[in-house]
Write a new protein. Structure first.
Length: 76
């Protein structure tokens, strides 16, 4: 497998992983909105907010890795 094909596969894998992470964020956000609207703002609500913030930070890290691979692919 050539270097460019390997980089394309890595980018594809990271894009899929990013899609899954963003899907989890959407699902968690819906659950948190439901908790908020029902007035059930307790520990589980704040835990969910913390998890969303953590997942978003991971998303930014994955996006940076994708950008890094794209730049490397452009140099080839």
């Amino acid at each position: 497998m050539s270097k460019s094909e390997e980089l394309k596969e890595r980018i594809s894998y990271l894009k899929g992983f990013l899609t899954v992470l963003l899907g989890v964020v959407v699902l968690l956000s819906g659950g948190l909105v439901n908790l908020y609207l029902s007035g059930n703002i307790k520990e589980i609500f704040w835990l969910g907010v913390g998890v969303i913030v953590f997942i978003l930070l991971v998303c930014f890290k994955v996006m940076a890795k994708i950008e890094e691979h794209l730049k490397e692919l452009g140099r080839i």
